[in-house]
Ligand binder design. Structure first.
Ligand code: NAP
Length: 244
């Protein structure tokens, strides 16, 4: 994958950072984004220290203008664009009856519309190049639902539909679009879980542990590689055997 160019959204920490490092280790130039100027700087420092290449960029995926502008810059500066990883995501949990419109909108705008913004711009470049790999980070709860996460689950289920539709539309241009559905992974997002909810979660995970960010990054980097060229429109679960 040496010389390929990737954009990883939400690359300041957690899964996004692990995926960025895995792609960079395979020779990919990684544009690692976060919502602040310096947010992804540590990710790039780690990539550089390991002999890889990339840059940290500020990007709020909810802004269509910012996304369009970043894709233009990447294409102008790098001359190509090969891999999009739609990883940026937030939670704003609450029970259905108390869910505020603003919390619904924030989660859908970031997790689903943000991915659409990036995919729309990426597909313009990839279509012309007749090559592309897109991986959308969904979630196990997008398939099974979760009490208190109606906005988050809807966004993650929406990403599966977006993936399947884009896969059909872009297949003839040699662009694959797949989704990865992590189970419960050790990151800042799950650090808020109480010991009690952790214990009850583990009862439903046959492997009896939460996943690591590297567990997810391995799966994502395969789907981002040329080796996955005949796989598109798929949802790959990385969840320790946690099936419904
Ligand atoms: P995390 O540690 O909370 O990191 C979230 C990332 O998203 C951060 O880099 C954050 O940037 C970025 N982000 C938030 N809002 C953004 C916006 N408007 N525009 C651009 N970037 C934005 O999350 P994680 O646990 O690594 O999860 C990564 C992805 O995997 C998410 O989509 C999540 O839903 C999904 N997932 C996670 C789990 C899990 O158990 N952890 C399970 C299933 C799916 P800042 O640092 O600038 O805020």
């Amino acid at each position: 994958m040496t010389g390929q160019v990737a954009l990883v959204t939400g690359a300041s920490r957690g899964i996004g950072r692990a995926v960025s490092m895995k792609l960079a280790a395979a020779g990919v130039y990684v544009v690692a984004t976060a919502t602040t100027e310096s947010g992804a700087a540590e990710t790039i420092a780690a990539i550089t220290a390991a002999g890889g290449r990339g840059e940290a960029v500020k990007l709020d995926v909810t802004s269509a203008e910012a996304v369009e502008s970043l894709f233009k810059t990447i294409h102008t500066q790098q001359g190509r664009f090969d891999i999009l990883i739609n990883n940026a995501g937030i939670t704003k949990d609450g029970l259905l009856v108390r869910m505020k419109d603003s919390d619904w909108d924030a989660v859908l705008d970031t997790n689903l519309k943000g991915a659409f913004h990036c995919l729309r711009e990426a597909s313009k470049i990839m279509t012309r190049a007749r090559y592309g790999r897109v991986v959308n980070i969904s979630s196990v709860v997008g398939e099974m639902g979760n009490p208190g996460q109606i906005n988050y689950c809807a966004s993650k289920a929406g990403l599966i539909g977006l993936t399947k539709s884009a896969a059909r539309e872009l297949a003839k241009r040699n662009i694959t679009v797949n989704a990865v559905a992590p189970g419960f992974i050790e990151t800042d997002m799950t650090a808020v879980l109480t010991e009690k909810s952790r214990e009850s979660l583990l009862l439903n995970i046959p492997m009896e542990r939460l996943g690591s960010v590297d567990d997810v990054a391995h799966a994502v980097s395969f789907l981002a590689s040329p080796a996955s060229g005949y796989i598109t429109g798929q949802l790959l679960s990385v969840n320790g055997g946690m099936y419904m």
